[in-house]
Design a protein around this ligand. Structure first.
Ligand SMILES: [Fe+2]
Length: 270
């Protein structure tokens, strides 16, 4: 029987890699101290596969052709697509058998993601992996969730998707990790991009730390909208929470990093 050996969530903002030093030394120490904890936990867990739940930022899907979610079945993933990230091009091994099983278990649960065999990785996957499994030696499955173009999966639907993903993990013979990437408050490119919603971020992380799943799943869309459209990406944290439903979330760091245009948090699900 397979097992979930690692679970966490973190921010994936491009600035983390592309303009790291724009953030203050104190904020960098806090954030990277937390990602180092995730890296140590992932190394100790030694997963056979790392599932990365992350949105796509118009590198693979555009507004005219956007699935609510997509399980990628790549044999190998090229990336990053962004030359300016400061991360060298890599090819990361995929785990298509597990990916197909995830797809099947999702459909069995009444959730019907799209699938793709030729996804290219962008910052949403690469920036977190560069910190958590540097060297990119751990095979991955990228599970894309649309957080760009409404309508989006509801938070409750994301959690149920996570539960279905967990069934696929348990039915495998693999040691599997999961990393949700995205959020918190931000609105990149918008006029209000430098106005982060620290109150929203801390409220969400408080619900997470209390493991108050019902309080998370009932967060109104209007509150997410008010925190900036980037906050829609808390869906990745929620899906990862569904995968790790028998674990307890703990926030390791939170910083409102205006220079990276984002509320920036790291959590482990223990
Ligand atoms: Fe994003």
């Amino acid at each position: 029987m397979g097992s979930l050996v690692f679970a966490g969530a973190m921010r994936h903002a491009p600035g983390i890699a592309a303009f790291t030093n724009a953030a203050s030394p104190e904020q960098r120490a806090s954030f990277f101290g937390a990602t180092d904890q995730l890296k140590a936990a992932a190394a100790a867990a030694a997963p056979d596969v790392m599932l990365v739940i992350a949105p796509d930022h118009f590198s693979n899907f555009f507004i005219d052709n956007m699935p609510p979610a997509c399980v990628t079945l790549n044999e190998a993933y090229p990336g990053p697509v962004e030359d300016w990230l400061g991360i060298s091009k890599v090819s990361i091994k995929g785990a298509p058998d597990l990916a197909r099983s995830i797809l099947k278990h999702a459909f069995d649960a009444g959730i019907e993601p799209a699938f793709s065999e030729d996804a290219a990785l962008e910052h949403g996957v690469i920036v977190p992996l560069n910190l958590v499994t540097p060297g990119f030696g751990v095979p991955i499955v990228w599970i894309m969730q649309n957080c760009q173009v409404p309508p989006l999966l509801s938070l409750a639907r994301c959690h149920a998707f996570g539960r279905a993903i967990r069934k696929a993990i348990d039915a495998s013979s693999l040691r599997v990790g999961v990393l949700g990437t995205g959020g918190l408050s931000h609105a990149p490119g918008a006029a209000e991009a430098d106005r982060l919603d620290e109150e929203f971020d801390r409220d969400f992380l408080g619900r997470l730390d209390r493991n108050a799943v019902d309080e998370i799943l009932s967060m109104p869309n209007a509150r997410l909208d008010a925190a900036g459209f980037g906050s829609w990406e808390i869906r990745q944290w929620v899906t990862a929470l569904g995968v790790a439903h028998d674990r307890k979330p703990r926030t390791l760091a939170y910083e409102a990093v205006v220079e990276w245009d984002t509320g920036c948090a790291v959590a482990i699900y223990e």
